[in-house]
Design a protein around this ligand. Structure first.
Ligand code: FAD
Ligand code: NA7
Length: 541
C-alpha cells in the first residue's frame, strides 16, 4: 500500500451555490486549507444563476433567505421587497463571493463527470468534462437538491419549431412580451411563472396535471424603517430561526387545529391567509396540519373555498381545485388564482385531456385541439436530492458506484456523509432537514468545517461514518417521515415525480432545531458514528 499523499489541493468543493460558496469560505478563509470549487455553470449562484424565468423569486422571506455567519454581512446587505427576486439573490451571492475574495478559487464552466476515492493514497480524484484531473484529500459535494433538471419525455418534443425551455435553464435573453406562451407544470416554479408570464404574454396556456393548494405570499415593498428594525433584532431573529422547526422566521403554532372551534379555526386560517406565506399557512396556523388528517382536511377545505370565491369561471375553478391531501411543499404566490380571471389565460387540465404530442406549432391534446404557442416552457421540476449525485460517476471504497449503495433510495449519515465514501461530505445530501435552506446549509457547513478542523488537528487521515450509524439515521428519518402526511402526496419530496424513480424518504422531518441539536450531540461525543482513522492506522505502520 502506498502512503504517498501529495494532492493538488487539500479540498475540492463541487458546486458554487449557497452551499459551495460558504464551504469554500469556511475551508480556505477560516481553516487555511487550499481549496478549489468546481462549478458547471458560467457564474456562481447555483439555483439563482440558472432560474431566470419571469417571476423567479424566493418563497422564504428575504430577511432569513441569507447567510447569518457574519454579522457585518447581515447588517450590510439591504432588501426592498418581502421576498427576493432572482436578480437580488444572485447579486447577493455574487457580493458574498467578492467580499470574501472567493472567485480566484472557483473554476466556472467546469462540470465534474467523475469523482473516485483511491484506497491506496486515501485521495480523491475528480475528473471534469473537458478531461482535467484534480486530486484532494477532502471532497465536498454541494450539488444542489433542486438542481438536476427534469425534462419529461413527451412525444414530439424535438419537433417544436419555437423556443422550448426549462425554467432551470432559462436563456438570458428570452423575452415573452407579446408572445403566445404555453407552460407545462404548476408546482412552485410553474405558479410563480404563470403569475408573471400572464402579464407579459399575449396569450398564456397552462397545461396542468395536478391542481395546487396555493396561498397568498403577501409580497410587496418593505419600509426602510422595518428593514432597520429587523437589522437591529437580527440576534434574536436568528436565535429563533436556529431553534425553530422550518426556519422560516416565524413562530410555529403549538395549537392543534381540532382543539378549537370551527369558527376560531377559520379565523386563524384567514389571519394567516392575510399575512401570507405558504410555510406560515401550513406550520404557523396550527401544529398538526402536516400530521393530522382532520386538521389537514380543514386547511385544504379553507383553501378550496378561496378558489371558488376568487375564480370567476366555475369550470376553471373546478379544474383548479385540488381534491387530494394538502401535503406537498406548501406554495405561495401573488394572485395565483386571480390570474385565471384574465382574458389572456387559458387552463387545460391534462389529467382530463392529456397531452398527445408536441407538434412544430404547439401542443396537441387528446381532444384533438392544437394549442399554438411561440414559446413552450417546461416548469416540470427536478430529479431532486440525489439526481446530481447519480449524474456523476461517483465511486467510493472498492470502486463501488453510488448507485450500488443507493439501489433502494439515497441514504446518508446526518445528510452530510456516506459510509464507504471516506473524507467525502455532502451539503443538503439525502436525509437532511426539510426547512428554509440557508440556515440548514450553514449548520451543515459549520459541522463539516469543525469535523475537518478536528481531523487536521489530530492527524486524522480518513473520516467516514459507520454503516451502523447510517442505517440508524435512515431508520430515524423514515420513522419521522411516516408520522407526517407528506408520504401520502405524490411529489418530489419522496421522488414520486420522476418516472421509474424509487419512492424513498429523502428528508429529516423533525425540524431545524432538532437537527442542529443532533449535530451538536454528535460533535460533543467525539463525532459519534464516524470512524476517524489516524495516519499510522491507515498507513499500516
Ligand atoms: P444549488 O444552488 O442548486 O447549487 C448547486 C450547484 O452545483 C449548481 O450551481 C450546479 O451547477 C453545481 N453542480 C451540480 N453538479 C455539478 C457537477 N457535476 N459539476 C460541477 N458543478 C455541479 N429554498 C429555500 O429555502 N427557500 C426558497 O425560497 C427557495 N426558492 C427556490 C426557488 C427556486 C426557483 C428553486 C429552483 C429553488 C429554491 N429553493 C429555495 C431551493 C434552493 O435550491 C436552495 O435554497 C439553495 O439555493 C440551494 O443552494 P445549494 O448551493 O445547495 O444548491
Ligand atoms: P415540482 O414541484 O416538482 O412541480 C413540477 C410540475 O410539473 C408539477 O405540476 C408536475 O405535475 C408537472 N409535471 C412534471 N412532469 C410532468 C409531465 N411529464 N407532464 C406534465 N406535467 C408534469 O417542481 P418545481 O420546479 O415547481 O418546484 C420544485 C421546488 O423548487 C419547489 O418546491 C421549490 O422549493 C423550488 P404533478 O404535480 O407531478 O402532477
Amino acid at each position: 500500500m502506498s502512503t504517498t499523499r501529495t494532492p493538488d489541493v487539500d479540498a475540492i468543493v463541487i458546486g458554487a451555490g449557497f452551499g459551495g460558496i460558504y464551504m469554500l469560505h469556511k475551508l480556505r478563509n477560516e481553516l487555511g486549507l487550499t481549496v478549489k470549487a468546481l462549478e458547471k455553470g458560467g457564474g456562481v449562484g447555483g439555483t439563482w444563476y440558472f432560474n431566470r424565468y419571469p417571476g423567479a423569486k424566493s418563497d422564504t422571506e428575504g430577511f432569513v433567505y441569507r447567510y447569518s455567519f457574519d454579522k457585518d454581512l447581515l447588517r450590510e446587505w439591504d432588501w426592498t421587497t418581502r421576498y427576493l427576486d432572482q436578480p437580488d439573490v444572485l447579486a447577493y451571492l455574487e457580493h458574498v463571493v467578492e467580499r470574501y475574495d472567493l472567485a480566484r478559487d472557483i473554476l466556472l464552466d467546469t462540470e465534474v463527470t467523475e469523482a473516485a476515492f483511491d484506497e491506496g493514497t486515501d485521495l480523491w480524484t475528480v475528473t471534469t468534462a473537458d478531461g482535467r484531473r484534480l486530486t484532494s484529500r477532502y471532497l465536498v459535494n454541494s450539488l444542489g437538491l433542486l438542481a438536476k433538471t427534469n425534462i419529461p419525455d413527451i412525444p414530439g418534443r424535438d419537433t417544436f419549431a419555437g423556443a422550448l425551455v426549462h425554467t432551470n435553464a432559462w436563456p438570458h435573453d428570452l423575452d415573452l412580451t407579446g408572445k403566445r406562451v404555453g407552460v407545462i407544470g404548476t408546482g412552485s416554479t410553474g405558479t410563480q411563472f404563470i403569475v408573471a408570464a400572464a402579464k407579459l404574454a399575449s396569450h398564456l396556456t397552462v397545461f396542468q396535471r395536478s391542481p395546487q393548494y396555493c396561498v397568498p405570499s403577501g409580497n410587496g415593498p418593505v419600509e426602510r424603517a422595518d428593514v432597520e428594525r429587523i437589522k437591529e433584532n437580527f440576534d434574536a431573529i436568528w436565535e429563533q430561526v436556529r431553534n425553530s422547526v422550518v426556519a422560516f422566521g416565524f413562530e410555529e403554532s403549538g395549537i392543534e387545529a381540532m382543539s378549537v372551534s370551527e369558527e376560531e379555526r377559520n379565523r386563524v386560517f384567514q389571519e394567516n391567509w392575510d399575512k401570507g406565506n405558504g410555510f406560515r399557512f401550513m406550520f404557523g396556523t396550527f401544529s398538526d396540519i402536516a400530521t393530522n388528517p382532520e386538521a389537514n382536511a380543514a386547511a385544504a377545505a379553507f383553501i378550496r373555498s378561496k378558489i371558488s370565491e376568487i375564480v370567476e369561471d366555475p369550470e376553471t375553478a373546478r379544474k383548479l381545485t385540488p381534491t387530494d391531501i394538502y401535503a406537498k411543499r406548501p406554495l405561495c404566490n401573488e394572485g395565483y388564482y386571480e390570474t385565471y380571471n384574465r382574458d389572456n389565460v387559458e387552463l387545460v387540465s391534462i389529467k382530463e385531456n392529456p397531452i398527445q404530442q408536441i407538434t412544430p406549432a404547439g401542443v396537441r391534446t387528446a381532444d384533438g385541439v392544437e394549442h399554438a404557442v411561440d414559446v413552450l416552457v417546461l416548469a416540470t421540476g427536478f430529479d431532486a436530492v440525489d439526481g446530481n449525485y447519480r449524474a456523476m460517476d461517483l465511486r467510493g471504497r472498492g470502486g463501488r458506484h453510488i448507485d450500488e449503495h443507493w439501489a433502494d433510495g439515497p441514504t446518508s449519515y446526518l445528510g452530510v456523509s456516506k459510509a464507504g465514501f471516506p473524507n467525502m461530505f455532502m451539503i443538503l445530501g439525502p436525509n437532511g432537514p426539510f426547512t428554509n435552506l440557508p440556515p440548514s446549509i450553514e449548520a451543515q457547513v459549520d459541522f463539516i468545517g469543525e469535523l475537518i478542523r478536528t481531523a487536521e488537528r489530530d492527524g486524522v487521515r480518513t473520516v467516514e461514518p459507520t454503516q451502523v450509524a447510517e442505517d440508524a439515521w435512515t431508520a430515524t428519518c423514515e420513522e419521522i417521515a411516516n408520522m407526517t402526511l407528506f408520504p401520502q402526496a405524490q411529489s418530489w419530496i419522496f421522488g414520486a415525480n420522476i418516472p421509474g424513480k424509487k419512492n424513498a424518504v429523502m428528508f429529516y422531518m423533525a425540524g431545524h432545531g432538532a437537527y442542529r441539536q443532533k449535530l451538536g450531540e454528535v460533535a460533543d461525543r467525539g463525532y459519534e458514528g464516524f470512524e476517524l482513522s489516524r495516519e499510522a492506522e491507515t498507513a499500516g505502520v
